[in-house]
Design a protein around this ligand. Sequence first.
Ligand code: CMP
Length: 146
Amino acid sequence: PQQKTLAVIKPDAMEQHRESILEEIHGRGFSVTQLKEMVLSREMAEEIYKEHKEKPFFDQLVEFMCRGPCLMLILTKENAVEEWRDMMGPTDPDQAKVTSPNSLRARFASDILHNSVHGSSNEQHAKEKIQFIFGDISSDAELEGD
Ligand code: CMP
């Protein structure tokens, strides 16, 4: 079955790497179901990352995510959540360079905070964040009568 995930190209990667990342997304067989470029408000960034609220890096993270445009994407593919996480590689690019040198973060990220891309960590988060960012356009619930 097809699965959806939320992918984000973060502000640090927008100028230099956006096109390469999009090409690789298509090359890996994902469908880009929805795509939206936006500058996140503080409130939006806080909501997207609410699971990290207690982390010491939360404020830095929110600030960074608001500093310029992001590209928000809904990616559709079988096993999309895991496949996109695999494409991104580990959170920390220093680790990514060792364990997954072909991953996006190994090649494009500068450090653990400025790590170029985001992806939902599981299907439940994917559904919530997609609903939050894209609203009803993308809601499968409606189509399924749920
Ligand atoms: P992401 O996968 O989008 O999810 C949470 C984000 O917090 C992560 O990517 C990084 O941008 C950031 N992050 C995670 N761990 C750290 C850390 N130890 N220090 C600074 N930023 C971090």
